[in-house]
Design a protein around this ligand. Structure first.
Ligand SMILES: Nc1ncnc2c1ncn2[C@@H]1O[C@H](COP(=O)(O)OP(=O)(O)OP(=O)(O)O)[C@@H](O)[C@H]1O
Length: 976
């Protein structure tokens, strides 16, 4: 249906409404009233001619380009939009609507829901509408007075205002009454929008009609305004289903928007529902995992060997509850300790000093600072008598008799007081269920649920992005609240440190966009995530942002601290001092604060000494002594106060704060307030609840990592299957068609023969090698001898001899400690011999890393390597703990050798991906190929090495060249 408003013929002023030939085709001539309040036939011609100037093609179909949008969006955007429209209108000249406006299809406008609000239209437009509608209302009301109502009613009913066509008819009828009223200058577009909007017009008309009728009633012209024909007719229309449907189409409730994210409240509620489901599910999984951890912890504690029932508790054996050689890797225990003193360390930790009873020294122990320990009192047999108190080993005293443990005392109740005067035992337990971590994860979920979508939440854009749907994200972008584009870099190629490749530059540019709430940097091994993050942090600080950097593990955080140390930024590492790597302690909060307080402490100590001396001198004088004691107490309080002040000073001055994900819940960090940017490194390795701890403290976040490398470590199968093992990074990278993610594609670490295996196996062949590293070898270094080994990027040392013979020394053994770990003595010998060879060739020990997925093998290898002083500096570690790092030469001991072909951990593609890709120039895999090839994944790796590298059959201890390596030879024959 298309109606030309000004070809319409409907003569109100005649007082006789003509019956319309058809409801589908309506033609009117609207005679506008002589004045705003009393329309008169005399002025109708003028009105009609003036209204001709703004002819409108009415076509109740879909909206056209340039049609005013329905109310919505936030005020700022709307105003901007209005301004733009108004400016456009002015260009067309004064009150005359533009051609674009004139051809607006008002079909959707006239029927489009709730009235445009007073705020939206502004006072001038509302006044303009009021005048027009008052004039129309007066016309209706005067018809009632003049007894012409019957005709009017007929006209109205014919138009059937309650129907869809009727609404359009109403809009058309209103035009002649609005035309004579001059539009407020500069607001023509808004007036135009309002005068074609059925609910708005109806709303104003109704209000004005009531006013006019009321004034008639006041003048005594009518008895009760409510019982007039006119009003009843209007109410009838208002109650019609069509009218209601038109108004209901966009009800105010659905149109109400969240003022921070510009999304309708209805959708925000959906988002909140999603958050609540997520929080409920994750909390359940955390609880399941926690139970599994507790069970495991209990088993570990129970497994701690006690003294034999029949043995006499004779000293000094009882100090060390011995475990088997292998068992020491899992659990080490020291008994017969007494509490000497306690003091409060930074962050509210209670540092408790224990000393071995009597004149004895501490027994040899594998305990080292940072180890998680359980502290209990014990009886003379070493049996635990109280429940376990968790803590960390802070340090082992240089006197060889003492040990300090940092115990948590979060509720102001130092429960360790019950340890005083008792015999205490300390157990190191790996995988001890950490109550604090669990509580912090749960707290983060609770905060997400409670505050996630609150206006006051700094990270609301991040929450909305991660829990909204595609349309929500688009809406936020349309409203200019967020921006997914790249920021313009001053000169991206002028990095002081690296010539970044294109994918790195793109990530850098996206990461510096302050309006981007979430960026996922997905980077395969060696693609420069760590160096990129370093650069990003430097530049973010330069653009005025303060940054919180976290990672799931202490090792990964310390890795970032190391990288940032050389940038000149003011960085602070927050966390338990016992768990911070010694190489970065200078950047730890405790160290910095201690440094700043050293003078103050010295001064305070001097005052204390003087006061104590005074106290001794006046011990007789009670009041004087009491006064001195007060002063001593005051000194303690002063120190405490000064410590607090200094901590806050250091933290608020810091441009970058670093901690683990769970460490970010530290009240000291929370006190700093909101960060501009939160960066999570190794994000693929952390469980999602832990990532919410830092994320909720920042305005935007960057997750960097690789979900093809190590995943979060989950103990419970049920929790794993429930999704706890899926990292936030993995989830985010699948959201909104990959909108949040950018990929790094060029690796700058490995020889291409090494990288091409990872590329094929894990990255669909998309990982390219930078030219600068694609062919680099050990032999390229001027200090390394040119031998066939140093010219070989991939080497397989096969413990299975040709014709399937296996050396008896090279079979796997289960750890007798019952840990489930395996070791392989023969393989350990071969690894050691090979490393010796590499060192003989000139490879620096610090550039060699030995890895194995089995802790028992790692322990064995450490012992073997320690036997050779020339090998000191060679890193021996589990694959997990070497993630994020690199070495020129990597030697991997696979351990498994059994007739069943069981490969255990080795079949985990992510683990192998990490293990192999740590190497820059050379990888040696030591294994029993006949066992390993039972895994198709590993068989492909062996094939790859055979094709691009060298294979040798080896036996341990063969110094005569039987192995083919000639281990006794310091220099090896070159293959060239
Ligand atoms: N643009 C570049 N130019 C030269 N070298 C680079 C560049 N980017 C990264 N590198 C080098 O590549 C190596 C790997 O970088 P980095 O450790 O940052 O990678 P990563 O993605 O964090 O690796 P992984 O995930 O395996 O830990 C480093 O030696 C680094 O110095």
């Amino acid at each position: 249906m298309s109606l030309d408003l000004f070809s319409s013929r409907f003569l109100f002023s005649s007082g006789a409404a003509k019956k319309l030939p058809s409801r589908r085709r309506v033609t009117f001539v609207a005679a506008a009233p002589s004045s705003a309040s009393t329309p008169s036939p005399a002025r109708s011609q003028d009105a009609s001619s003036s209204s001709r100037q703004r002819s409108v093609r009415v076509a109740p179909l879909g909206p056209s380009k340039g049609a005013p949008r329905p109310a919505g969006g936030n005020g700022r955007t709307r105003r901007r939009r209005q301004r733009r429209t108004v400016e456009g209108g002015q260009e067309q000249g004064g009150c005359v609507p533009s051609v674009e406006e004139a051809s607006i299809r008002v079909g959707t406008l006239y029927e489009n829901g709730d009235p445009l609000g007073r705020k939206e239209l502004g006072r001038c437009v509302v006044e303009w509408l009021r005048q027009g509608m008052q004039s129309m209302a007066s016309k209706f009301a005067s018809a009632e007075l003049q007894g012409e109502m019957a005709d009017l009613t007929t006209a109205a009913l014919t138009l059937n205002w309650g129907s869809a066509e009727g609404q359009l008819g109403f809009v058309i009828q209103a035009q002649p009454y609005l035309s004579p009223v001059p539009m407020p200058k500069g607001l023509e577009a808004l007036c135009f929008k309002a005068c074609t909007h059925y609910p708005t017009l109806f709303d104003h008309f109704q209000r004005e009609l009531r006013g006019v009728l009321l004034s008639y009633q006041n003048q005594g012209l009518i008895y009760d305004w409510r019982s007039t024909q006119t009003w009843k007719l209007l109410k009838e229309m208002a109650n019609s289903t069509h009218h209601r449907a038109a108004v209901r189409r966009t009800t105010p409730r659905t149109k109400a928007v969240h003022s921070s994210i510009g999304i309708s409240l209805k959708k925000v509620r959906l988002m909140q529902d999603r958050i609540e489901d997520f929080v409920r599910h994750m909390s359940d999984l955390l609880r399941i995992e926690r139970d599994a951890e507790l069970e495991f912890t209990q088993e570990e504690l129970n497994a701690t060997t006690m003294l034999d029932n029949n043995s006499k508790p004779s000293k000094p054996v009882e100090y060390l509850v011995t475990h088997g050689q292998a068992q020491q890797e899992q659990c080490d225990t020291i008994c017969n300790l007494s509490v000497i003193s306690s003091s409060t360390g930074l962050g509210g930790l209670h540092l408790v000093l224990f000393r071995i009873e009597g004149e004895h020294k501490l027994p040899p122990t594998t305990l080292s600072p940072g180890d998680m320990v359980c502290v209990r009192t014990c009886n003379s047999r070493g049996e635990g008598a109280t429940s376990c108190m968790q803590g960390f080993l802070y340090n082992l005293g240089e006197d060889g008799c003492s040990i300090t443990v940092a115990l948590e005392s979060r509720h102001g109740d130092p429960t360790f007081s019950r340890l005083f005067g008792k015999s205490v035992r300390i157990d190191r337990i790996q995988g001890l269920a950490d109550a604090l971590t669990y509580e912090r994860n749960l707290e983060a979920l609770m905060l997400l649920q409670r505050n996630g979508l609150l206006k006051s939440n700094a990270s609301i854009d991040v929450v909305a992005t991660l829990f909204g749907d595609g349309k929500d994200v688009m809406k936020m972008e349309q409203n200019c609240l967020i921006d997914w584009g790249e920021s313009s870099l001053p000169d991206p190629r002028l990095s002081e440190r690296y010539a970044f490749d294109d994918s790195q530059l793109r990530a850098l540019s996206l990461g510096l966009n302050k309006k981007r709430p979430v960026l996922v940097i997905q980077g395969p091994p060696g693609t420069g995530k760590t160096v990129l993050l370093t650069e990003l942090i430097v530049r973010a600080v330069r653009q005025g942002e303060n940054v919180l950097v976290t990672a799931p593990s202490n090792a990964a955080v310390d890795n970032m601290v190391e990288k940032l140390s050389s940038t000149g930024l003011n960085i602070v590492r927050v966390g338990n001092p016992a768990r911070i790597s010694p190489s970065v302690t200078s950047k730890s909060l405790a160290e910095i604060v201690n440094g700043r307080l050293s003078q103050f402490r010295k001064e305070l100590e001097r005052k204390r000494t003087d006061l104590r001396k005074d106290l001794r001198d006046c011990i007789e004088d009670d009041s004087l002594a009491a006064g001195i004691r007060q002063l001593l107490k005051q000194l303690g309080r002063d120190l405490e106060m000064k410590e607090k002040e200094t901590i806050m000073e250091v933290l608020s001055d810091a441009q970058v704060v670093l901690s683990t994900n769970t460490g970010a819940a530290d009240p000291l960090i929370r006190k700093i307030g909101c960060f501009d940017l939160v960066i999570i490194d190794e994000a693929g390795q952390g469980i999602e609840p832990s990532c919410w701890i830092p994320i909720l403290q920042g305005k935007r976040c960057i997750l960097a990592g690789d979900h093809c490398q190590l995943a979060p470590a989950i103990l419970s199968r049920k929790a794993l299957e429930g999704g706890l093992g899926k990292s936030m990074m993995e989830r985010a990278s699948l959201l909104h068609d990959g909108l949040l993610t950018t990929r790094l594609t060029v690796q700058h670490r490995m020889h291409d023969s090494i990288a091409s295996w990872a590329s094929k196996e894990m990255y669909q062949g998309l990982l390219q090698s930078s030219h600068s590293v694609a062919s680099h070898l050990l032999a390229d270094s001027p200090v390394v001898k040119d031998t066939w080994i140093t010219r070989c990027p991939l080497l397989l040392l096969d413990t299975r001899m040709p014709y399937g013979i296996l050396n008896a020394d090279c079979v796997e053994h289960l750890d007798p400690a019952g840990t489930g770990s395996f070791y392989n003595d023969g393989e350990a010998d071969i690894v050691t011999q090979h490393v010796l060879n590499l060192v003989h060739c000139g490879v620096s020990p610090s550039e060699i890393a030995i890895q194995s997925p089995y802790i028992a093998q790692v322990q064995l290898l450490r012992e073997k390597i320690e036997e050779y002083p020339g090998l000191s500096g060679v890193e021996v570690s589990t694959v997990d703990s070497f993630q994020g790092r690199e070495a020129d030469a990597v030697v991997l001991s696979m351990v498994r050798s059994n007739p069943l072909g069981a490969v255990g951990f080795m079949g985990d593609s992510r683990l192998m991906n990490v293990a192999i890709t740590r190497a820059r120039r050379h990888v040696t895999v030591v294994c029993d190929t006949s066992t390993i090839c039972h895994s198709t994944f590993l068989a492909r790796l062996l094939r790859h090495i055979r094709r691009y590298g060298q294979v040798k059959h080896v036996a341990p201890g063969s110094l005569d060249g039987v192995s083919g390596l000639g281990f006794s030879q310091p220099t090896l024959p070159s293959i060239s």
